[in-house]
Design a binder for this molecule. Structure first.
Ligand code: KG4
Ligand code: ZN
Length: 336
């Protein structure tokens, strides 16, 4: 049997475990149990509930990896960034396995995981430009290699995905908001004039709180929230939110085009990279700048342990291991 890494993901509301072959990157096993139904009643993730559900789900998935125990060479786990109480569930399981099976432990950065979702079963491509859009982050990244990943832009407040979740909550559409708002937007007409955040600023940064408030004001000014109104407001919101991403991406692409050593590949990753309007708009931008657009398979855009296992293979090859005593959960990061 091939040498494998077992990886665990529990940074938010998905419990997931994967087995990745070290030599070939083949994904041998992957399962995820999502908690969307349990959190939807609250319109967002409730950390303590999420933690309790991880404690139930992770052992159920782990049980299925038993036939592969003898092939394991390392245990990997997401330890940053994420919700502290949910990260802890995965980290405790990983430490226990590492200790009991006497295998090296690898702590993985969740955002690096999203980046490597582009290369799940293949060699990574560098240099690489990327837009990361998830529930917790909105970032422009430049990666020179596995170890050197620069954050070029971040959000000043809410993230792109989170703003979809909040709009869905305000319109009582359920959780997670991204796919629901996208499907409502498809049926609607963008007739509301909502602001495109930081439109006149050259600054490489994102902001979604002002746009979210503009949506709130439209809702407050309306008497009944019927489905036509919801669809039109979703269409208007999505149009502004994506226009904002594209405006900042354009500055990023312009800058890169002037650099002879710039990237020729651009990836869009994170749960919100499943948005088809965003994918299509970025494809147009990439064509214009003669850059190749890289996308993760739709099923691996949202949180999963396969992407964590893929990063862990690189860590294993670079002999980057963590000590059981010192691996800690870290809710936030500012550098990779
Ligand atoms: O990467 P992810 O699974 O979890 C985090 O690491 O945060 O991203 C989840 C986020 C949620 O906010 C969800 O609403 C958003 O991604 N999302 C979308 C779409 N699908 C998921 N946002 C916009 N459009 C979508 N189609
Ligand atoms: Zn994520």
């Amino acid at each position: 049997m091939q040498n494998l890494i077992l990886s665990i993901e529990s940074s938010c509301d998905d419990s997931s475990i994967a087995l990745t072959a070290i030599n070939t990157y083949n994904l041998i096993f992957h399962q995820k149990i999502s908690q969307e139904i349990q959190h939807s009643a609250f319109g967002g993730v409730v950390p303590e509930l999420a933690s309790r559900l991880h404690a139930e789900s992770l052992p159920i998935i782990l049980e299925k990896t038993k036939p592969y125990l003898n092939a394991l060479k390392a245990i990997a786990v997401t330890n940053e960034p994420g919700l502290n109480v949910t990260l802890l569930e995965g980290v405790m399981m990983a430490k226990t396995l590492s200790y009991a099976l006497n295998l090296p432990l690898i702590g993985v950065n969740h955002l690096k995981g999203h980046l490597y979702s582009l290369f799940l079963e293949s060699e990574a491509v560098f240099p690489l430009g990327a837009l990361l859009v998830s529930g917790g982050h909105t970032m422009l990244l430049e990666a020179e290699n596995f170890k050197k990943i620069n954050i070029r832009a971040q959000s000043l407040d809410d993230s792109f995905g989170e703003s979809f979740d909040k709009v869905a909550k305000m319109l009582s559409l359920g959780y997670p908001g991204g796919p629901i708002v996208e499907s409502y937007a498809k049926k609607g007409v963008a007739r509301f004039e909502l602001p495109v955040p930081l439109y006149n600023k050259k600054q490489l940064a994102f902001s979604f709180s002002g746009l979210k408030n503009a949506v709130r004001l439209e809702i407050e000014a309306n008497i009944s929230l019927n489905d036509d109104f919801r669809a039109d407001l979703c269409a208007s919101f999505q149009k502004s939110a994506i226009a904002h991403l594209l405006q900042k991406c354009k500055i990023f692409f312009e800058e890169n085009a002037k650099n002879p050593k710039g990237w020729r590949h651009f990836g869009v990753v994170g749960g919100a990279s499943a948005n088809l309007v965003l994918r299509e708009s970025l494809q147009v931008m990439c064509n214009f700048y003669d850059v190749q657009l890289l996308l993760a398979p739709l099923e691996f855009c949202s949180d999963n342990a396969a992407m964590i296992g893929r990063v862990a293979v690189e860590s294993y090859k670079h002999e980057e291991f963590s000590r059981i005593e010192s691996l800690q959960t870290r809710p936030r990061i500012n550098v990779f």
